[in-house]
Design a protein around this ligand. Structure first.
Ligand SMILES: C[S@@+](CC[C@H](N)C(=O)[O-])C[C@H]1O[C@@H](n2cnc3c(N)ncnc32)[C@H](O)[C@@H]1O
Length: 340
């Protein structure tokens, strides 16, 4: 059963108190929700029908806090959707499409014609209301994408997920890390828009200024590709930055086992510690975690920005041959590094 409204005045929970919600979709019962709520905010799965219309796009003032820069150039919408089609065609098993942050539906309008069973995750209740009226059959989740358990979601839908979205730019890295780390092949591909500067970090090679944690993780966990740039004039309101579409095929590097969680924990610690002092030689930058071990292969004289992604993996295996065990403090906070 759907939980009753919370009365706490949080922006998301208001939706419960304002309207009586229809039953959740049969395929996604609330008690089994893949959308964790770690803070005070509530989330729900909406289905169509009796949802009242209170917002038209005109009355939706874009919120900076939600990075709302809506795509308004139809040519780019078409280009993005056909690039997505290309990335998902011939993928087996057939993935279920999930749009992150559909907003007013610039991409959704087009996507739904091709993927009528698609899902979408949106945090802004005004956009949710608008979409419910515009697309009554859309599987829409009023939720925070950062609280989404991709593996759980994929299991519930009994299919891997193909992600598409013009991402909220203030949380791009967190979304990328969560998608990259999603276990069990739950996410097969992601075609996502971000600031061009972030896209360049995703694909950056060693020895370049953009090379960093995001590059190492993206290239170890996936095959990233920058597809094309999108000028700021394609959006409303016009952002200050140029954007870019990135395709991430979630095929980890052949030497890398994503499901080996203890090595993954150690890898995070090594990469983060190394890049915390990226200009220092590794023997100094890693002093706090190297347990007095002498780094081989001349690595001790190198700097973080000089190591290939796969070399970070080798370095991790050398420093932590048994990986790193899960450990948390009393509040449940991880005692090892996390990407986000
Ligand atoms: C850049 S806009 C893109 C909107 C639309 N897809 C388009 O291209 O016009 C980002 C969207 O993500 C939504 N959003 C922001 N933070 C979110 C979160 N944590 N979880 C889910 N959606 C979020 C915003 O409300 C907004 O609709």
């Amino acid at each position: 059963m759907m939980k009753r409204a919370r009365t706490a005045a949080s922006p998301v929970s208001t939706i419960y108190t304002a309207f009586s919600l229809p039953s959740p979709l049969p395929s996604l019962r609330h008690s089994e929700s893949p959308f964790r709520s770690l803070d005070n905010r509530t989330r729900c799965t909406l289905s169509a029908s009796s949802y009242p219309s209170q917002s038209s796009p005109r009355s939706i003032h874009p919120k900076k806090s939600l990075s709302q820069n809506f795509l308004r150039d139809k040519n780019f919408v078409n280009r993005i959707v056909s690039a997505f089609r290309e990335s998902t065609d011939n993928v087996e098993p057939v993935p279920t499409v999930v749009e992150v942050g559909p907003g007013l539906g610039a991409l959704t309008d087009n996507l739904l014609q091709q993927y009528p069973r698609m899902h979408a995750i949106e945090i802004d209740q005004r956009a949710v209301q608008h979409l419910q009226v515009r697309h009554p059959h859309l599987n829409l989740h009023h939720a925070d994408v950062l609280q989404t358990d991709w593996s759980h979601f994929s299991k519930q839908l009994n299919a891997p997920l193909a992600i598409i979205g013009n991402l909220p730019y203030n949380i791009v890295s967190q979304i990328l890390f969560s998608l990259l780390e999603a276990p069990d092949k739950s996410v097969t591909t992601a075609l996502v828009m971000m600031q061009k500067e972030v896209a360049q970090r995703v694909i950056a090679k060693p020895h370049s200024k953009s090379y960093g944690i995001l590059s190492v993780v993206s290239q170890l966990y996936a095959k990233p590709k920058l597809l094309f740039s999108v000028p700021n004039t394609a959006f409303f309101p016009v952002p200050q930055v140029t954007s870019a579409m990135v395709r991430l095929d979630m095929e980890p590097h052949p030497n890398f086992d994503k499901s080996d969680l203890s090595t993954n924990r150690a890898l995070r610690t090594v990469v983060r510690t190394a890049f915390n002092q990226r200009r220092k030689r590794l023997r100094n930058a890693l002093k706090t975690i190297s347990q007095g071990k002498q780094l081989p292969n001349g690595w001790d004289l190198k700097r973080a920005e000089e190591l290939e992604p796969v070399e970070f993996l080798e370095l991790t295996r050398f420093l932590f041959p048994d990986g790193m065990q899960e450990s948390r403090d009393r509040e449940g906070k991880a005692l090892y590094s996390v990407w986000r």
